[in-house]
Design a protein around this ligand. Structure first.
Ligand code: ADP
Length: 886
């Protein structure tokens, strides 16, 4: 209660006298404030403040006590009369010296306390509200002081104390304390002044802290600027220096930057400075445990070569698990490694090097993760001077208040925690590192690209030079080639026109050839002679249809056959040639043209025929490439020739006999040796005359038959009656028959026919003449005729074809039958040939020439009929002939 307080009265007593004093107080206060304001630095402000307050209060000691976060505190400024009280500057006081309840009252009620040790009283005065403050009313309420408190002050040698809280932003920053070794009362004005000073102090502290902050900020910005300047130098990134600066700015003992490669071809880069974790792996120069190549290491420290901690899987795992300073940020602030859940061997790497705190920041620029910036702090020793021993385990603590003997506490191996400002600074620096590294990498890439580009440009220039040289050469070549082509073109045009001309000529030639070929083919096909071509080996290259036909083959069959074997080429005597002796072979060999007659060729059926052939060589450019053989079948010619020969010999023989007789008779007569013998002479003349007649007859017959056969005698055909012709013929022969005593019996049939009557009569008379000649006297010769109708067939004799009469039209069959000597079977046909007689001497004796039957056959054949004979030796013969009825 204020009214009960003696100090309160004392204060009231002085109130009247104090108006003047107030004015001087104001002056004093103004002066104090002015001094305080003149200082910028907090320690100076504090020391000015304590000096001014002690000067104002005239007490033995004025100090400013600043609270630490743990409740303990330190005397940070002091003004002391050391003769009365000891200096406490720099001394720390344990937290329990000012219990938390007291600290709360200081803060919440801004309570001031005034202790009078002698009176065992404590005056407590809350800070008045704003209006009260203006009226300068400071109500002090007194009560009995805590004995403990009294003991505390007494032990310090203090009899009177005044304590005013100093607040900063709703926190109890500290206390402004006045101690006096003698009992002393504190007036309200004094309290008011001290309070005002404390308020001013709060403002000054706030300003000083602000100043400190802005200084720190400026310092950090300066650091950032310096680091940025080092990093963002366009030419060469001073990363090592920037790292050193960063480590020093963050009060690190060491640090490192690990730059992860952006592509597999690059290596991890490591920059280090100061203390580094000691490598657990002794040999770290070749390969790490992932087997990757040695990394590029830049180091300014002499410490052991650091291992690539950043690639250690346990390290990465730990970072992944460890809490970051803020969610989503790759910033790890490890204040004390002893508290971290780092794998022991990794932790040992740091602790072994004396590193206690880690600040690790992932370097990231936009989406690119570039590596880590790590700052290490080593542990430190902290020395604290305590005014009283705070250690509760110490026995002296039981009597804390009794002794204020100072003692020195030394804490070894203490961690240096990371402050938020430091972490911010580190982050800001890390972002510059990240940006710079990224830019540097880009710069490197651009540089590499530029180098490549330069290289490309050089290559391209070279290539362009080459190309232009090649172009020039090419143009020259094109020029030459064009000229060459033009010449060639002219040549070609000339050649083309020549070829066209040649083609026209060739076409004409070809047309001529084709025409010739067709003509040749026509000739070959139509030729009656056999024609074939041989190659040098004697094989058939071509053959005409006539040749094939003659040999009994088709044209196709003969091609490419060995002709010598096919025809079994033989000599006229039938002996076969060897191929080498063959005249055709001679043509193939020496090119001689061979005209051969009478050689023999064989047909396919084995029959043979005589040939005449000419073999002519085929030459191509003076070389014999084959031969052409033209052959013909000469069978008929040979027969004719033989017949001619026979005819000549027969005729000459037939003529010679009568001529010899005539010559002999005439010779006798000419010599006159028969002059005296008239009968013999007569006889000779008769012989000569008979033989002459015979000769005439003979020659007539020969000419007759020749003329009839050669068609020179034309048949004067006319309608005549068969009976008439028969009667006329018999009449002509009647004298001869009578002379020979042959009976002629005629059976005429009156049938009209178309014939030459003289020739038919000649035929019948000749046949009657022969029948009479070769019949014995007294025998009969019959002449008859019969009409044979269409389709009627009369078989005469046995199987001889020419005796088989098949008539498709009606005809007359004449028969002259006798009872004479007959004709041998084998002569029945030959007697129709010229000069053929069964018994020549007898026939000649009969005055025959052997030509009668031949003439008959010619006449009948000219009439389209047939003539033949049948006979039975000794019994007689029958001669038949037919004549068609038109
Ligand atoms: P020739 O002038 O010799 O009679 P022919 O040609 O008339 O000549 O007769 C040829 C031969 O035929 C006769 O020489 C004869 O030997 C034989 N000859 C012809 N007619 C008869 C016949 N009726 N009886 C027997 N022999 C005959």
């Amino acid at each position: 209660m204020p009214s009960n307080n003696p100090h309160s009265k004392a204060l009231n007593d002085t109130s009247n006298a104090g108006e003047k004093q107030i004015t001087s107080l104001e002056v004093l206060l103004y002066r104090m404030m002015n001094r305080i304001r003149q200082s910028v630095e907090l320690p100076a402000i504090l020391s000015v403040t304590v000096a001014e307050i002690r000067g104002f209060l005239e007490t033995d000691r004025v100090k400013i006590y600043r609270f630490d976060t743990d409740g303990s505190g330190e005397v940070v400024a002091e003004s002391v009369n050391e003769e009365r009280l000891p200096s406490l500057l720099g001394q720390h006081f344990p937290a329990e010296d000012i219990p938390s309840e007291a600290r709360e009252l200081f803060l919440l009620a801004r309570q001031r306390s005034i202790v009078d040790v002698a009176a065992q009283q404590i005056g407590l005065s809350p800070v008045p509200e704003a209006e009260e403050s203006i009226e300068l009313k400071h109500d002090i309420r007194f009560r009995a002081v805590d004995s403990c408190h009294v003991k505390y002050l007494t032990s310090m040698g203090v009899q009177s104390s005044l304590v005013v809280p100093i607040l900063h932003r709703e926190h109890l920053w500290g206390l402004l304390v006045s101690h006096h070794s003698l009992p002393r009362q504190v007036t309200e004005q004094e309290l008011q002044v001290v309070q005002l000073v404390a308020d001013q102090l709060s403002i000054a502290i706030a300003q000083a802290i602000l100043l400190e902050q802005s200084r720190l900020q400026a310092q950090q910005e300066a650091t950032i600027n310096r680091v940025a300047k080092l990093l963002h130098s366009m030419t060469e990134m001073q990363l090592q220096q920037a790292l050193e600066l960063t480590v020093s700015a963050l009060q690190g003992a060491g640090g490192r930057i690990c730059i992860t490669p952006q592509n597999p071809a690059e290596k991890t880069q490591l920059f280090t400075t100061g203390k580094q974790p000691i490598s657990a792996v002794k040999d770290n120069s070749s390969k790490n445990e992932q087997g990757e190549q040695t990394e590029a290491i830049n180091s300014s420290s002499s410490s052991p070569v650091p291992d690539l901690l950043e690639k250690h899987p346990s390290w990465r795992e730990w970072l992944r698990m460890e809490a970051t300073v803020a969610e989503g940020k790759q910033v790890w602030a490890v204040d004390d490694l002893y508290q971290a859940a780092l794998q022991s061997d990794l932790a040992q790497m740091f602790l072994g090097a004396g590193i206690r705190s880690l600040l690790i920041i992932g370097l990231q620029y936009r989406q690119h993760f570039l590596g880590y910036l790590s700052i290490f702090r080593d542990e430190i020793d902290i020395e604290t001077i305590w005014a009283r021993r705070p250690d509760r385990n110490d026995q002296r603590h039981l009597y804390p208040i009794i002794s204020f003997e100072t003692w020195r506490e030394l804490k070894r191996g203490q961690a240096q925690p990371w402050q938020a400002t430091e972490i911010e600074l580190a982050q800001a620096l890390a972002s510059h590192f990240a940006m710079a590294i990224h830019q540097y990498q880009l710069y490197q890439q651009v540089h590499a690209l530029n180098a490549d580009l330069q290289c490309d440009i050089e290559e391209r220039k070279q290539a362009e030079k080459k190309i232009s040289a090649l172009n020039a050469e090419l143009e020259q070549r094109v020029h030459e080639r064009t000229a060459e082509l033009r010449r060639a073109n002219r040549r070609l045009l000339q050649e083309i026109s020549e070829r066209e001309r040649a083609l026209r000529d060739r076409k004409q030639t070809q047309a001529s050839l084709e025409r010739l070929s067709r003509q040749s083919e026509l000739i070959l096909n139509s030729a009656g002679e056999g024609i074939y071509g041989l190659n040098c080996q004697g094989k058939i290259t071509f053959v005409n249809p006539a040749a094939a036909r003659m040999l009994g083959y088709t044209v196709k069959e003969l091609i490419n056959l060995f002709m010598h074997e096919i025809v079994k080429h033989s000599r006229p005597d039938g002996i076969r040639y060897f191929f080498e002796d063959n005249p055709i072979y001679a043509t193939l060999q020496d090119g001689t043209v061979q005209h051969i007659t009478d050689d023999i060729f064989y047909r396919r059926d084995g029959s043979k025929f005589p040939v005449e052939y000419v073999s002519t060589p085929i030459r191509e450019q003076k070389t014999i490439v084959g031969a052409v053989v033209i052959f013909k079948d000469i069978t008929e010619r040979q027969i004719i020739e033989r017949m001619k020969d026979e005819f000549v010999s027969v005729v000459s023989h037939e003529l010679r006999t009568p001529l010899t007789s005539i010559r002999s008779a005439l010779g006798l007569l000419a010599r006159g040796s028969l002059n005296n013998q008239p009968e013999k002479s007569q006889r000779m003349l008769e012989i000569a005359f008979d033989n002459t007649n015979r000769l005439v007859r003979l020659i007539n017959d020969i000419l007759d038959i020749e003329r009839i056969n050669s068609g020179k005698v034309t048949m004067h055909k006319q309608t005549c009656n068969a009976a008439d012709l028969m009667i006329q013929a018999v009449d002509e022969m009647r004298a001869m028959a009578e002379k020979a005593e042959i009976h002629l019996e005629l059976t005429p049939v009156s049938v009209e026919l178309w014939a030459d009557p003289d020739r038919i009569i000649q035929t019948i008379t000749n046949l009657l003449s022969n029948a009479i000649k070769f019949s014995p006297p007294g025998s009969t010769v019959w002449l008859s005729v019969e009409l044979q109708q269409e389709g009627e067939m009369k078989k005469v004799g046995d199987v001889e074809e020419n005796k088989l009469i098949t008539s498709s039209s009606p005809h007359l069959l004449f028969q002259i039958q006798d009872q004479g000597r007959g004709i041998p079977e084998d002569k029945l046909e030959t007697i129709f040939d010229r000069f053929q007689q069964v018994d020549a001497s007898n026939s000649r004796h009969q005055g025959g020439t052997g030509l009668g039957l031949a003439i008959c056959r010619s006449i009948i054949q000219q009439h389209g009929g047939k003539i033949w004979a049948e006979s039975s030796l000794g019994k007689g013969s029958t001669f038949y002939f037919t004549l068609p009825i038109s």
